[in-house]
Design a protein around this ligand. Structure first.
Ligand SMILES: [Zn+2]
Length: 358
């Protein structure tokens, strides 16, 4: 396998976890069809012809313990053995959770290791359940193990990697990952997410890290219904210069696709072109800064019909190809000028706060 290869690690067949339907809720959207239908789309559109593919193998408990407290790991295993139960807010176990979560983590670990060892330039772990809401001690928000955080700690321990930038593009704030690395000067965390400025929850742009990690946490909270243009401005004006300045060995991406306009949970308004834009920007950064590469791990994205086009656009961006014309881009959407204006103003304010660290 040459270093120019792109790899995709898929979990189909080992992602049987389905949360029990205790009440009608968002758990229903996080299901095995997300992986199966995405893979089917990638195969039907011949997107994997120039991509090397691997199947996931399960991680070990010791690997999960690189980030999580022993009681969290034990409670996930125990609750799965018991056949299911509530582990945290919007975090329900099933009898298949342990196996699915271990395979998801195994996929993320392999994605990180392949890039850290220069076996390939970019890798993508198509895995579930997602991870970025899980903290060291809590499962929540459909997340059990923080796959990306553990993969980062693993390549630091095993592959001699020192500095990593984590870019979280999921619709929701990656609270778990942010908390895990909040005081860490060697891991930069940048998150673009939906934010409600009327309630001021966590994920505000004034959260910029603490202690030795001061300046390494960059939040880009955008108003609901943010369009492609706002995302692209955030990438150009904040993400790119911040990563250039930090100068990491590689980039890890928490690849959530629930900011898509047709997502049933997220309330943003982008299409697959934005994911191509982000991926090609990451590929340019990797080349211009001489990094080893980037590894991507699936987070959210709950419309199985749009996940396929979004992942395809990502893979093509990473391969330096032009933006593919995909079916989801054809749907006419109204651009809310007021939202565009609000987000333009917000990005300026964020820049005022974070520019000392870029
Ligand atoms: Zn999300």
């Amino acid at each position: 396998m040459s270093q120019d290869t792109i790899t995709l690690i898929d979990q189909s067949g080992s992602d049987k976890h389905v949360a029990p339907f205790v009440k009608p809720s968002l758990e229903a959207f996080e299901n095995p069809e997300r992986i199966e239908m995405t893979l089917q789309y990638l195969e039907e559109t011949k997107s994997l012809e120039s991509v090397k593919t691997f199947k996931t193998t399960p991680a070990t408990k010791e690997e999960a313990l690189l980030v999580h407290k022993p009681y969290l790991v034990q409670s996930i295993e125990l609750m799965s053995d018991l056949g299911g139960g509530e582990l945290g807010e919007s975090a329900w176990a099933s009898e298949d959770l342990w196996s699915s979560a271990m395979h998801a983590l195994g996929g993320a670990l392999l994605a990180g290791e392949l890039v850290a060892s220069r076996a390939c330039r970019h890798s993508f772990a198509l895995v579930r359940p997602p991870g970025h809401h899980a903290t060291t001690s809590s499962s929540m928000g459909l997340c059990f193990f923080n796959n990306v955080a553990i993969a980062v700690r693993n390549i630091q321990a095993e592959n001699g990697i020192q500095k990593v930038s984590i870019l979280d593009i999921d619709d929701h704030f990656g609270n778990g990952t942010s908390e895990i690395f909040y005081e860490d000067p060697n891991v930069q965390f940048i998150s673009i997410h939906e934010y409600d400025y009327t309630s001021y929850g966590i994920g505000h742009y004034r959260e910029i890290g603490h202690g030795r990690g001061y300046g390494t946490n960059i939040n880009i909270p955008l108003h609901r219904e943010a369009h492609d243009s706002s995302y692209q401005t955030a990438i150009d004006k904040i993400v790119t210069p911040a990563i250039e300045r930090f100068n990491p060995d590689l980039i890890a991406v928490s690849a959530g696709y629930d900011a898509h306009f047709a997502d049933p949970i997220g309330e943003m308004a982008v299409d697959s072109e934005t994911y191509w834009y982000i991926a090609s920007g990451v590929e340019r950064l990797v080349r211009s800064c001489g990094m080893k590469g980037s590894f991507w791990v699936l987070e959210g994205g709950y419309n199985p019909l749009t996940l396929g086009p979004c992942v395809k656009a990502t893979l093509e961006g990473l391969q330096g190809k032009p933006c593919p014309e995909l079916e989801d881009q054809k749907e006419a959407r109204e651009i809310e000028e007021e939202v565009v204006r609000l987000n333009r103003r917000t990005i300026k304010k964020i820049l005022d706060t974070v520019s000392p660290f870029m």
